[in-house]
Every structure is written in C-alpha cells, then in structure tokens.
Design a protein around this ligand. Structure first.
Ligand SMILES: *Cc1c(COP(=O)(O)O)cnc(C)c1O
Length: 381
C-alpha cells in the first residue's frame, strides 16, 4: 500500500531530536508563551525574510487574527469586501466571513490553479479593502501588476501561505510578499507540527503586535484587556518541534520537487493533465513551487481513483466541493464559477512526500500510464 502521506515516517526521521525537544519542555515547567515560542518565531521570521512572526493556534486563526487586527486598526470595517480565489480550501473563506467581511470569489487560472490575477481589478468595488492570495498546492502566486493594483486602490494583500512555506518568487519567500501572511502547521503541511499550530508573518510590526494581543484575549498586559480577543496561542511543545523541523524544511521541499519532477517527466498518459511547468530539468531547480500537493486532472477522475486504489495507491481529492457549493455557504449557491467547478470535478492528488521511495514513485507512474479512459485499469506488467 502506497500511502498518500506517511506522517509517521516523516516524523520518524527526526524522532530523537523531537523527543529531546518535547522532553526539555516537560522538564522546563513552562508550557505557553515561553522562550521556545520566542525562538521559533525569530527563526521563522528570519527564514521567511520578514520583521515579525507571531505563533498562533492554527492556520485558520492566523487568517482570522489578521482580519480582526485590520478591523481593530480601522483599516477594514464590517461589510467590506475581500477578493479571494474561488477554488481555495474553505478556511480562507471562513476567515473572511468570521470577521464580518464579504468574500468576493474570483476564478483561478486553469493552468496554475492560483487566483487569475488578470481578473482581480474588475472585481474591485468601493467596498473592496483586501485581496487574499492563496499559494495553492505549494505554488507561489504573485505579480508586479498585483502589487500595483493594491497600491492604486489602497488594498491590503493577505497571503494564505498555509501550503507554500519555503516557495520563492524572485528570491523572496512566500509570506513576505504581501502586507501580512498566515501559515498553518497542520501535521500534513510541508512544515507540520505534531498537532495544531499556525503563525502570522509580516513586516508591519504594529499589525504583529495587534495580532499577538488579539490571540491572547486582547491583552498586552496580563488582566488588562484592550480588545475583545481570542485565545489562540502557539504552545511550547509545538514550537520546540517546529524549530527542529524548520531546520530540515528546505531539504524536504527539495525531495518533494524531485518526486514532482519525476512524475512530470514520466507520466505520459494522454488522458492525464499534469501540473504546469517548464522543462523537467527546471522543475527540480524551480523554487516557485514547494509541491505541497501533486495535483493532476482527469475527466474520469472517479474511475482513475478506483483503479489506483485497486493497485494499492492512495490518492485524495483537493477538494471535492468548492466553497460556494458547500451547505455552509448556501447564500452563495447562485454563483456560477465554471473554472472552479471544472477543477473540483477533475482534480486528483497523487502520493507525494519527502519519504516516498523511488520504487513507489515508479510504481505510481506505471499504474497511471497503464490506465486508459477506454479500457480502464490495464494490468501493469
Ligand atoms: C490548511 C489550510 C488552512 C487552515 O489551516 P489550519 O491550521 O488547518 O487551520 C488555511 N488555508 C489553506 C489554503 C490551507 O491549506
């Protein structure tokens, strides 16, 4: 059985270091807002290339805290609009509506699955205050034109960087492009904690202070509450583990790129649409994508998935239902978003992780190349 993602195996690589880190926290007698969180925040800020990193409870909270901070600062008001890609994970949209803001769903580019930046400007209204870019599946989403649009209309750009830690655009890392960015350290993310965790990265130190206060009951000084805040803090155990894994992140992302490169070069099945990239040789070198997910498209996705399952290959769908078709957002049911809906009907994520063996990758490639829409699952050998 080839697992989609073997978390046990991933963390097993660092078992000794992780156990040591956890054991030090237990012995320290200090479990929240301590020196390990401070150290990780400073290493994360350095890694990302920003002035501030603030540890929080999870990725959704990181996004919510950014919007709440903008509301507290008077930059955004209830009912203001935020542009967001329609094919994102639902957390991006939840963060907007939880904050009393209105999501304006914009279609992605079918070849990158990221926000179609050429559509952004026409969705801007008098109420627009922000643009959320999501570096989906690990691919950095940015352009100079986007920066110019934000400047022209005085909009804040919030990056949902949950899937792309480490990716670069013109030498800068995701999480440092916009006004503020949210990270998730959900265990399955490229930098995964051993539980829930997240962070905000930003060059805006006032915003960072606000986020820190809002995540700690709206308080900067114990028992003095300036804001109606949340409780969303990174704990010492997760921070200590994340610090260990951050040191290995670039090597892991490199391995992910190698697997992705191999897939791109060797999957030759004409019924399969591969993620876009240049020459195979460039794929391994290119840091614009840290390959959180390797997402292919097939018009008969369900059959393909079943075929791979019978071959012992686990695949997942990211995501089967777009936010505007979820019951939770019944008010958006009327929206018609053709590109997004097509993506959700056709995508399939192949096994991809830094611990996938060469034989496993070859086996997946052979199984896919032997599949045909007409004949279904053909015997591999
Ligand atoms: C994982 C994820 C989140 C939410 O992160 P959590 O830590 O699970 O709350 C937000 N946005 C995207 C794009 C994600 O993939």
């Amino acid at each position: 059985m080839i697992k989609f993602l073997d978390l046990k195996e991933i963390n097993n690589q660092y078992a000794d270091e992780l156990k040591q880190a956890v054991s030090e926290v237990i012995d320290s007698g200090w479990y929240l807002l301590g020196e390990r969180v401070a150290r990780f925040e400073s290493n994360l800020a350095l890694y990302t290339g920003v002035g501030n990193a603030v540890g929080v409870g999870n990725g959704l909270d990181a996004l919510r805290l950014i919007f709440r901070a903008y509301i507290e600062a008077g930059v955004m008001r209830q009912g203001d609009e935020v542009i967001v890609p329609a094919n994102t994970y639902i957390a991006s949209v939840l963060a907007i509506t939880h904050s009393g803001l209105r999501p304006v769903l914009v279609e992605p580019d079918i070849s990158t699955y990221n926000l179609d930046l050429s559509l952004v400007e026409r969705h801007i209204t008098e109420r627009t205050r922000g643009i959320m870019v999501v570096h989906l599946y690990g691919r950095a989403c940015w352009s100079e034109e986007l920066e110019a649009i934000a400047e022209k209309y005085n909009l804040r750009i919030v990056e949902d960087n949950a899937q792309a830690i480490g990716a670069k655009w013109r030498g800068k890392r995701t999480g440092s492009f916009g006004d503020a960015a949210a990270l998730s350290f959900y265990p399955g993310k490229n930098l995964g904690a051993l539980g829930d965790a997240g962070a905000v990265t930003t060059n805006d130190s006032e915003l960072a202070d606000l986020v820190r206060a809002l995540g700690n009951y709206g308080s900067r000084e114990k028992y003095i509450n300036e804001f109606k805040g949340f409780n969303s803090r990174l704990d010492e155990i997760q921070a200590a583990c994340l610090d260990v894994k951050l040191r290995h992140l670039d090597a892991e992302n490199r391995k992910r790129r190698e697997v992705a490169g191999y897939y791109c070069e060797h999957i030759t099945n004409p019924d399969i649409i591969l993620p876009r990239f240049g020459k195979p040789a460039d794929i391994i070198e290119d840091e614009g994508n840290v390959w959180h997910l390797f997402v292919i498209r097939a018009s008969d996705r369900e059959n393909l998935q079943t075929c791979l399952e019978t071959r012992g290959i686990q695949t997942l769908i990211h995501y089967p239902v777009p936010p505007h078709q979820q019951q939770a957002y019944a008010e958006m049911r009327g929206l018609s978003l053709g590109v997004t809906e097509k993506i959700h009907r056709e995508v399939l994520s192949l096994p991809l992780s830094p611990v996938l063996s060469e034989q496993d990758v070859e086996y997946v490639v052979a199984a896919i190349n032997n599949y045909t829409r007409r004949h279904g699952c053909v015997q591999a050998e």
